[in-house]
Design a protein around this ligand. Structure first.
Ligand code: NAX
Length: 333
């Protein structure tokens, strides 16, 4: 057993498709490193609690060297107790033909209770990543419900969109996806998100130089990334799970370790007006994590007229989501 004290990660929806694909990798050391012990607090509801008992057996059966202890519970305060990280996955998934807005009323209530319980029971320094959809607005609901915790410690996941965008650009350019860098996802994790090819790099060169077909970039690429989630649902009959879990782990890792010089990663944070975005919505930005564990929005990126028009659309959707959720929950978000 390594000598560091464990990082305690609470995971809601731990027996669901994304949770099941995520927790074994967290326990294996794939997120925080091979010398960092971890503890898991697994939270479920209803029938998920029965499945969770089996998941705990499987964790035991892995005999992970880094896993110090596992709590499995339906009680939020027990589940979030002393958490360093909360990974909020549990929610009702979007079904074929359902818009994220439809989910606001159903899922919003969950995130009020979870935000309150995190504030009561987790460490004061806790960081919270929301995956359950509509994740940007759910994260805002959790943040506003978590009195006393720091706003900058709440995040919503846009990393799956970043990874999808990198893969599409690599495929078009005929290169490996590892050489595609700096793809910002602006705005909402929804079909209005803007995957920014204008600032992306492919093997160190602007993507717009490497890929000369700008109509493909502006139309096919943007549209395909925006609709990729729906395409997976259509093909699989269920929403993205393994790739979503993978993106959640990428996000935790990228927020835990300092970002390499000149690079950034995508995650939604509370807007304070950067790039002219209305303050008070959880907005996908290019982010750099600093050596002390804090983060900053990458400043001064060029935003051309095309990008601005796309960013305005996704900002408008998030403002509408905030208004809808405020009304549905009777809260001022
Ligand atoms: P599943 O239905 O497989 O699992 C959800 C699990 O959450 C279930 O086991 C359920 O019992 C549990 N749960 C429900 N309410 C809960 C609560 N209040 N507390 C604790 N557990 C609760 O869904 P899955 O495929 O895992 O998807 C989970 C969420 O991720 C959905 O909201 C889905 O829309 C969202 N996604 C987000 C993505 C993103 O990029 N941000 C992409 C993938 C995915 O669509």
């Amino acid at each position: 057993m390594a000598s560091k004290s464990p990082i305690r990660v609470s995971v809601t929806g731990a027996a669901g498709n994304i949770g099941y694909a995520a927790i074994f990798r967290i326990a294996s050391g794939a997120v925080f490193g091979a010398d960092q012990p971890v503890a898991l607090n697994l939270i479920e509801v209803g029938p998920g609690l029965n499945a969770l008992a089996g998941v705990v057996m499987e964790l035991q059966d892995c005999a992970f060297p880094l896993l110090t202890d596992v709590v499995a519970t339906g009680d939020l305060d027990e589940g979030f107790k002393d958490a360093d990280w909360c990974l909020l996955i549990g929610a009702v998934p979007r079904k074929d033909g359902m818009e994220r807005k439809d989910l606001l009323g159903i899922n919003g209530k969950i995130f009020v209770g979870q935000g309150q319980a995190i504030a009561r029971s987790a460490k004061n320094s806790v960081k919270v990543l929301v995956v359950g959809n509509p994740c940007n607005t759910n994260a805002l609901i959790a943040l506003r419900s978590a009195a006393g915790l720091k706003e900058e410690n709440f995040f919503a996941m846009t990393r799956l969109d970043e990874n999808r965008a990198k893969s599409q650009l690599a495929n078009k350019a005929g290169v490996h996806n590892s050489v595609v860098k700096n793809v910002a996802i602006w705005g909402n994790h929804s079909s209005t998100q803007y995957p920014d090819f204008t600032n992306a790099l492919i093997a160190g060169k602007p993507a717009t130089q490497v890929i000369s077909d700008h109509t493909w970039l502006k139309e096919t690429f943007v549209n395909d990334v925006q609709k990729r989630g729906a395409a997976v649902i259509k093909a699989r009959g269920a929403s993205s799970a393994a790739s979503a879990a993978n993106a959640a782990l990428d996000t935790l890792r990228n927020l835990h370790f300092a970002t390499p010089a000149g690079e950034w990663h995508s995650v939604a944070v509370l807007s304070k007006g950067d790039y002219g975005i209305t303050p008070g919505i959880m907005f996908g930005y290019p982010i750099r994590t600093l050596a002390d564990g804090s983060w900053e929005i990458v400043k001064g990126l060029p935003v051309d007229e095309f990008s601005q028009s796309k960013i305005s659309i996704t900002e408008k959707e998030l403002l509408e989501e905030r208004a809808t959720a405020s009304e549905a929950l009777g809260l001022k978000l």
